[in-house]
Design a protein around this ligand. Structure first.
Ligand SMILES: Cc1cc2nc3c(=O)[nH]c(=O)nc-3n(C[C@H](O)[C@H](O)[C@H](O)COP(=O)(O)OP(=O)(O)OC[C@H]3O[C@@H](n4cnc5c(N)ncnc54)[C@H](O)[C@@H]3O)c2cc1C
Length: 458
């Protein structure tokens, strides 16, 4: 039996936010239009459909700050060109702690913003001259820039009245907010299709690499082959699996993270609240009976220990809507994306208890989350240092864009633009080589990243 064969210049495995962004920048920036996206499911239906859709330029290292600043520049370009079809807003991230003037966190902030740090950070303390502008407007064009560090409890109380009274410091990151990742994907897909690009529903089962690539595909009509001059691995949680098809190993693990969304009928979360993160770790309060039940389950026993900081919340949708989202990426155990999604039935209760510490109004939902509450999750594809891998693979003609962890919606644009630039030999931003496999040859950088306490995981 002969296997049907098709050809293309570029085959991209994966049509999530990342594969679509690579195709988009190949088409719009470099005129490479004979592009085929291959996906076994619908576009944007896997990890990209689970995203919290938040963005920020706040990171522990200036390389990640430069990368996400670039991504946000490109998001703003698309928002401008499309009449803000991607629903970009900018209320910022409010990072909250009960610690008085935490000098270590302030130092980390300066480090993360690198050379530009000094001009970026405004400290607000009793009697300081700096004026704090609350997030009155969510408009990304008029919202303030830089970072406000509020160490004045009166200022905190007057602008963030919904927070628990023990909050002592807020870092308000201003170049941050949320977008619609689905609209971004749709916008990019339309541009790719209009330029002649294609999307093919098929599972890539294996790849033969020679002077060109032969992708062996399983479709509903049976086995077919797609020949391509160049290949892009944008397979999200199957990034390592596709690399293995080329005989390559990548240093990734896949960690399942979850979220809940529900209708906040009690109004516990103000509609103009920035994306707000509790930086402090905590031990949850359980009754004796609950402790006994949790202690019997090896997977749940960790909930009895001190949990890390990072529990977050934000209003979802329009100012007159009522939905909110809560999340907490406390899981650190790698899983297997081939298996059933390991949704933890304890998670909604755990995230609610954790988030109630900062927003006591959320306690109203303990044990009685509204009907219709959504509980969902997906895999963070992560390198140990939590930086992405974008650029050439070891196999000539093969490229990759993955390991996007919990930042692939916000960083899709820069990831696509940089991968497309590597593929076409165009000029690369200064940070690009550090986000490729090249960084593993830089022992000094890798030691620094290895030792860094914060990896920017949220
Ligand atoms: C709970 C959660 C919250 C998040 N919150 C945020 C956030 O607030 N902000 C943010 O920026 N990011 C967030 N992220 C991260 C973001 O969602 C991901 O980084 C991003 O969606 C990854 O996109 P992707 O295209 O790499 O992967 P995916 O969207 O998973 O796409 C990969 C595609 O490859 C296809 N594929 C894989 N293997 C094959 C094969 N062999 N053959 C054919 N097709 C194949 C799959 O079908 C899939 O469609 C979050 C993630 C999770 C899980």
């Amino acid at each position: 039996m002969t296997v049907r064969e098709e050809t293309t210049d570029v085959a991209i495995v994966g049509a999530g936010n990342i594969g679509l962004a690579v195709a988009y920048y190949l088409v719009v920036r470099h005129g490479v239009t004979n592009v085929t996206l291959v996906d076994s499911g619908d576009p944007m239906a896997m990890t990209s459909a689970q995203s919290g859709e938040n963005y920020r330029n706040w990171w522990p290292h200036p390389t990640m700050t430069a990368y996400t600043d670039h991504a946000i520049d490109l998001l703003e370009e698309i928002a401008e060109a499309s009449g803000n079809r991607i629903h970009m807003n900018r209320r910022g991230y409010a990072l909250v702690t009960r610690r008085e003037r935490p000098e270590d966190l302030i130092a980390e902030l300066y480090k993360g913003y690198g050379d530009g740090g000094t001009g970026q950070i405004r400290i607000h303390e009793g009697g300081s001259a700096a004026i704090y502008h609350p997030p009155i407007s969510a408009d990304w064009k008029t919202a303030p820039d830089s970072v406000d560090v509020i160490v004045d409890r009166n200022l905190i109380r007057s602008h963030f009245p919904s927070l628990a009274p023990d909050v002592a410091t807020i870092f308000h990151i201003r170049r941050a907010g949320d977008i619609s990742g689905q609209q971004l994907g749709q916008y990019m897909l339309e541009a790719v299709r209009n330029a002649g690009g294609r999307i093919k529903r098929a599972a890539v089962e294996s790849i033969d690499a020679g002077s060109t690539f032969a992708l062996n595909l399983r479709t509903t009509e049976g086995q077919t082959k797609l020949r391509a001059d160049r290949l892009v691995n944008a397979a999200g949680p199957f990034f390592s699996k596709v690399a293995n098809m080329l005989g390559e190993d990548l240093p990734l693990s896949y960690i399942y993270q979850q979220k809940i969304a529900f209708e906040d009928r009690e109004g516990a979360i103000p509609r103009d609240l920035p994306f707000t993160i509790d930086l402090d770790g905590q031990e949850l309060a359980w009754t004796e009976e609950e402790r006994e039940v949790l202690a019997c389950d090896p997977d749940a026993a960790l909930l009895l220990r001190q949990l890390p900081g990072g529990v977050h919340r934000r209003p979802e949708g329009s100012p007159d809507g009522r939905w909110i989202k809560l999340g907490w990426a406390y899981n650190t155990t790698p899983g297997d994306p081939e298996g059933e999604p390991p949704l933890d039935p304890n998670y909604p209760d755990v995230v609610l208890r954790g988030a109630s510490r900062l927003h006591p109004g959320l306690r109203a939902y303990l044990g009685r989350l509204p009907r219709g509450t959504r509980h969902y999750g997906g895999y963070y594809a992560m390198t140990p240092e939590n930086w992405p891998l974008i650029g050439p693979m070891r196999t000539p003609g093969a490229f990759m864009a993955g390991a996007l962890s919990g930042f692939g919606t916000m960083a899709a644009t820069a990831t696509g633009a940089v991968c497309a630039a590597w593929m076409t030999g165009a000029e690369l931003p200064a940070y690009a080589s550090t986000l490729s496999l090249d960084r593993y040859a830089d022992a000094v950088l890798m030691a620094e990243l290895h030792e860094s306490a914060s990896k920017g995981v949220l």
